[in-house]
Design a binder for this molecule. Structure first.
Ligand code: ADP
Ligand code: TRP
Length: 323
């Protein structure tokens, strides 16, 4: 039995990149009868970037609703808010003491964020240690995440390795799992799709708003009749992730032949987005209209998670001589 674990920050409604890069691969692993999964909403991590309580609360529900809309089985798996298990903060402190300062200072994500963030807080700096706490508290074996999180995962492995080197096999050293096909989903401007770049596609939007996002995808300005290169086009890059083999081959042929404009390609992408996610869109809206039901699911998950967390923390405290 392998234990799968992943988290999504409460920084906004999960977009197509989060869904294809983390949520769906995680759910696929969880569906395997040999696995059990821990999925959580990283609302503590989101405080490194957000300070409006209404927004933090809303985003937390939105991430939870997205997970449930994609069919997360909360009976088989453990589904919780990160902040409902405060044990993770205690573990983080212990792990801080095993984390070399230069490792954090050299993290890509810290360097990127500290260049653009309005204020660089210590939470942004120690972000990977809290993430290590999230993973190590639950003895996770496999962590499905997008490729951008690979370095954070390696840090978790290093921190756990140093701890175990000192105290014996106390922590489970996890493996990262990266969906090779999806890797990095491009956003509407061709950069990595990200909430922070405002270049995302929110599949839960109603048609008119979704259309606006799809129509904003950046393309070159070749005229309708010109043959086009599908492999450098942002619209095709997204279509490729959703269409069947035949649909993608058909679209590729149209690009190469010419007489097919980017407007046509965008309409085809919009249609496939609406169709592919119709069920999830309805389910998401229904959860968002019943926050009491979401709270109830999360409360059950928190209780299950705390039991496991307390056990690990007991082992760690004993190893450290804090018992
Ligand atoms: P964002 O960049 O939008 O703030 P998060 O950092 O909250 O996204 O990421 C949540 C999960 O989704 C992570 O596992 C991350 O690797 C994955 N992810 C985020 N953006 C993408 C993307 N464009 N392509 C693939 N996976 C992504
Ligand atoms: N840092 C991850 C992200 O931005 C979110 C996250 C927090 C996470 N804790 C985690 C992912 C633990 C996997 C495991 O995407």
């Amino acid at each position: 039995m392998a234990r799968i674990l992943t988290g999504i920050q409460a920084t906004g409604t999960p977009h197509l990149g989060n869904i294809l890069g983390a949520l769906v691969p995680g759910l696929n692993l969880a569906a395997d009868e040999h696995n059990e999964a821990f999925f959580f909403i990283a609302n503590l991590h989101s405080l490194t970037a957000l300070n409006d309580p209404d927004i933090v609360r809303h985003n937390t529900y939105s991430v939870a609703a997205a997970w449930l809309a994609f069919g997360l089985d909360t009976k088989k798996n453990t589904f919780y808010r990160q902040s409902d298990v405060p044990e993770v903060c205690e573990l983080m402190w212990y792990l801080n003491c095993f984390t070399p300062f230069p490792m954090l200072a050299n993290a890509h994500s810290f360097k990127d964020k500290s260049e653009t963030a309005a204020s660089v807080n210590a939470g942004l700096f120690t972000y990977p240690v809290l993430m290590a706490g999230d993973i190590l508290l639950y003895d996770a074996d496999q962590v499905p995440v997008g490729k951008d999180q690979r370095q954070h995962l390696e840090m978790t492995r290093d921190i756990a390795g140093s701890f175990n080197h000192q105290y014996g096999d106390v922590l489970v050293v996890p493996e990262g799992s990266y969906d090779e096909r999806v890797m990095i989903v491009p956003g509407t401007d061709g950069r990595k799709m990200s909430k922070s770049y405002h270049n995302y596609i929110n599949i839960f939007l109603e048609e008119k708003a979704l259309k606006k996002q799809v129509m904003s995808i950046v393309t070159d300005s070749l005229p309708l009749e010109a043959p086009k290169d599908p492999d450098t086009c942002n619209v095709f890059a997204l279509y490729k992730l959703l269409g069947s083999t035949d649909q993608v081959a058909d679209m590729r042929a149209k690009y190469v032949a010419g007489g097919f404009g980017y407007g046509h390609a965008k309409t085809a992408l919009l249609e496939i987005l609406i169709e592919t996610y119709a069920e999830q869109r309805a389910a998401y809206n229904s959860w968002m209209n019943d926050l009491g039901a979401l709270d109830a699911e999360l409360a059950i998950g928190a209780e299950k998670a705390r039991l496991v967390g307390a056990e690990t923390l007991g082992r760690v405290r004993g190893a450290l001589g804090l018992d």
